[in-house]
Design a protein around this ligand. Sequence first.
Ligand code: NAG
Ligand code: ZN
Length: 509
Amino acid sequence: MEPRSWMVPLLLFILGYTLVYLPLSQRTSPTVLDKECSLLSDTHFILYSKRVVTPDGTGPYAVEVEGERIVSVTKRSEAPESAPGKPRVFDYGNLVIMPGLIDAHVHINEPGRVEWEGFLTATMAAAAGGTTAVVDMPLNSHPTTTTKKDLLDKVEATKDKIYIDVGFWGGLVPENAYNASVLEDMLAAGALGLKSFMCPSGIDDFPATTSKHIKASLPSLAKFRRPILVHQEVTDPPSDPATLAPGEPPSNARTYSRYLDARPITWEREAVRQLMEVAKDTKPGAIAEGAHVHVVHLSDGEDTLSLIKNAKAEGSSVTVETCAHYLSFSAEDIPEGATEYKCAPPLRESHHRELLWKALFDGNIDMITTDHSPSTVDMKLLEEGDFLKAWGGISGIQFSVPATWTHGSVRGMTLEQMSKWWSTIPAKMVNLPRKGSLEVGKDADIVVWDPEASFVIDRNYPIYFKNKVTAYMGHKYYGKVITTFARGRKVFDEGYHANKACGAPILAV
Ligand SMILES: *[C@@H]1O[C@H](CO)[C@@H](O)[C@H](O)[C@H]1NC(C)=O
Ligand SMILES: [Zn+2]
């Protein structure tokens, strides 16, 4: 008897069991979540604390979660009793319970540039930071996301790799800007909106658009009622790469002020001037009513902000974000050669930081993002410290809570304001009606964190994004994320992640 012949039935049995029985057995009931996806076996439970941020205010509330949703939110002075047959109660005492953050501006770079970042590492970092949904930019993946096929390939690349829900912006580039069918196919396939650059993006496979390209895309966006997000700098001359002038001492490239000079604030102002002209098409009754223009990463708290304020006042459909790093750092404090602080538009002087905070408090800046924009460590040229040649981008996807709380609370920011800028308004801008607040029927996307706990982000700090270079390194923060729930699953808890990444792609319908 051949040794292998008796193995065939056995192998067939194992194969059949794996392919047929296992998948079926896991489909028993829709309310039973895959246990591997959560650090908690309960699928029906109550979270309680004295500081729960709800649309009705912050106070002592019990938030009941069943399956993936919030099923009740009840004000009560004490935690409910745990009892047999009743959902388990987790009393978080004086910790803050808040809606998970929605980071509408991240660069995950997969597929194609996974040595820069990837879905697994980026979403592990997000979950550890209390962020329960992100929207990925069409760059710096390769290919960049400029067609329906690119979008579907990117969705495919998220399989089994995302701890939280991930949506996608499609890319607007000169090649597709005048081709409504390409844009509309991408929007119909689920792109949440479009993103373009008004200056070189830093990679050749995502070329800059002019305001004419943007204008041409608005009617398609209007049909789908989706936004376009625009990187608001125009270079002068149009392809200006920042380089040293002939004869200039190379050491100049190590000074942050030289980088600031190379990327003047007038670039930001001119871009937004042109963009607000185009945004007039989104006014009620205008040709692109229903489309929306969103200015990303505002760094200028003066004239650029005024242009945006005026456009809003005149009825254009416009919103604007700033990033946690513009609210945290200022140009004066950046050490020589510290390229981990390089981003575009650049971190500006401290009076801009104060004006950006003021604009948030006044309601003139709508929301906050990270613009998590990693690269490989060597591209940051940390040894040379060359601000002109280093990759421009700050990695911060994990640090939104401590960065915002540390710099916001000293300026009088409330938990409600923080939650509005990080969850409620982003949910509206991105159009995620099931996310953004702790209310009955919403996704149970929840962060539990400790505003009083302080820590230093140092070499030993557990950073989950791929390349551990960040402007936040070496600084002391308040605001420690303890636990994160993503659609009812406890995906992060005090340094541990769930065994399986069970987030889902978010596709617009
Ligand atoms: C739009 O792009 C598609 C796909 O590349 C192409 O077949 C079509 O001819 C283009 N349409 C226009 C008007 O350029
Ligand atoms: Zn960006």
